[in-house]
Design a protein around this ligand. Structure first.
Ligand code: ZN
Length: 430
């Protein structure tokens, strides 16, 4: 199957699941990902302390609806799981309309859309509905039924690891806690699954060699899941050299790269570099302590080199956190473009080496080594690349820096460096 169809069909499969920060929707989602990669599924018990937080009770839903006095369902969780406020407590009571309305949420500015609401840390309940439908509700006795459970259980997350030649790690993290919405969370889940599969196909068996870096993929509930992983894996954090939090990859918007808190991490250089190469418009945003799980990875006590890559950022498109963020809102082509961007980032990370010129006093004679064939005044790009690599390889610049400074494509710079290495004019710095 072509990659765009593969990404899209996984999203279609996962779309109806009732995901939240805990519960069976997340478990089922991770089980499906396991059909593509040998994902480790980790359960962390309710009540586990994770930094300043605690793993909450597990939430599951059997059914939820509101019925009028004629027995007609006016809101039904089974028709769309966005109808139920996530983490709603169990309810079984009859209410007049004015009492019921205190628990109903709608979007008057988009009267046909169902909003997405949660109440993770406050025991409450509610229903979300299209504003048009809310306006149709008449004075009546309404039966409210929420068959949910909030019990000791666990928080579930997924982790996939590919061991590289070194312990240095590249981390990708995406959130998995949203119910039926496509761009906000399923695009990230699906593109990351296929990216992990791409690496697994390349390096998954012992005979196929190892990547330079180790790669770790996290599929975690937002906030509490990232905090849980970080609290339980503090010993691994020093290995992370490069990290990206991602989602929102299927809409029509340009790519947006948000820098790490450090602002000068390798990821802050390489992602814009690869985006530049794609010759598409993109934005680079400064770090802010709001957004996705970069908030946790870049908290001051951890300060990891983790940036964020999305298309239109969270909250900046009207369909965000509504039923209009559905499978029609995103497109297979945009998902494929995002997938290819990530592949380009990985290829650049793997190929971006730093060398030391072993013959730094004046230029070495390239002609006698068979590397320089131009007649004076007619230098070719490749030969220019040889000169740039030799001149810049003083231990401070890597190949991305040299490509950036020279304006010569990375592949040409990379080829020149490998040829210079072969004739012992360079040494690789680790
Ligand atoms: Zn969201």
């Amino acid at each position: 199957m072509a990659i765009n169809n593969e990404i899209f069909s996984l999203m279609k499969l996962l779309f109806p699941f009732n995901r939240s920060i805990t519960g069976n929707g997340v478990r089922k989602t991770l089980q499906e990902i396991k059909n593509y990669i040998p994902l480790q599924i980790i359960e962390v018990p309710t009540g586990t302390k994770v930094f300043d937080w605690e793993v909450p009770p597990e939430w599951n839903v059997e059914d939820a609806y509101i019925e009028n006095s004629r027995g007609e369902k006016v809101v039904d969780f089974k028709k769309n799981n966005l109808h139920l406020v996530s983490y709603s407590v169990p309810v079984n009571k009859i209410l007049r309309l004015n009492e019921l309305k205190k628990h109903l949420f709608s979007l008057p500015e988009h009267p046909g859309w169902i909003p997405y609401r949660t109440t993770y840390y406050k025991r409450d309940w509610g229903f979300c509905m299209a504003h048009n439908r809310l306006l149709e509700l008449k004075e009546d006795n309404y039966k409210v039924v929420i068959k949910s459970s909030l019990e000791n259980g666990s928080l579930t997350y997924g982790e996939f690891f590919i061991k590289g030649k070194t312990q240095k790690e590249v981390l990708f993290s995406t959130h998995i806690c949203h119910p039926s919405m496509a761009n906000d969370n399923l695009s990230g889940i699906s593109v990351m699954t296929m990216l992990a599969k791409y690496l697994y196909d390349l390096y998954g068996n012992d005979s196929s060699g190892r990547p330079q870096y180790s790669y770790r993929f996290l599929f975690v509930p937002a906030t509490i899941g990232a905090i849980t992983w970080l609290a339980q894996n503090e010993d691994k954090l020093a290995n992370i050299e490069f990290g990206l939090v991602t989602s929102l990859l299927g809409d029509d918007g340009n790519f947006n790269y948000k820098k790490s808190r450090r602002g000068n991490s390798p990821v802050d250089k390489i992602v814009p570099f690869v985006l530049e190469k794609k010759k598409k418009k993109f934005e680079v945003l400064e770090f802010t302590p709001y957004g996705y799980d970069e908030r946790q990875f870049c908290s001051p006590g951890l300060n990891l080199p983790v940036g964020r890559l999305t298309r239109t950022p969270n909250g900046e498109f009207p369909e965000y956190h509504t039923s209009a963020d559905n499978l029609e809102f995103i497109s297979p082509e945009k998902l494929e473009e995002a997938f290819n961007l990530f592949v380009g980032i990985i290829k650049t990370i793997e190929a971006n080496k730093k060398y030391l010129n072993l013959n730094p006093k004046c230029e070495p004679q390239l002609g006698k080594r068979g590397l320089y064939k131009s007649v004076a005044g007619n230098i070719k790009e490749y030969e220019l690349a040889l000169l740039w690599v030799l001149n810049m390889s003083d231990g401070t610049n890597d190949l991305v820096d040299i490509s950036n400074k020279s304006g010569i494509p990375f592949d040409v710079i990379s080829k020149a460096a490998s040829d210079l290495l072969n004739v012992n004019l360079l040494k690789e710095l680790k």
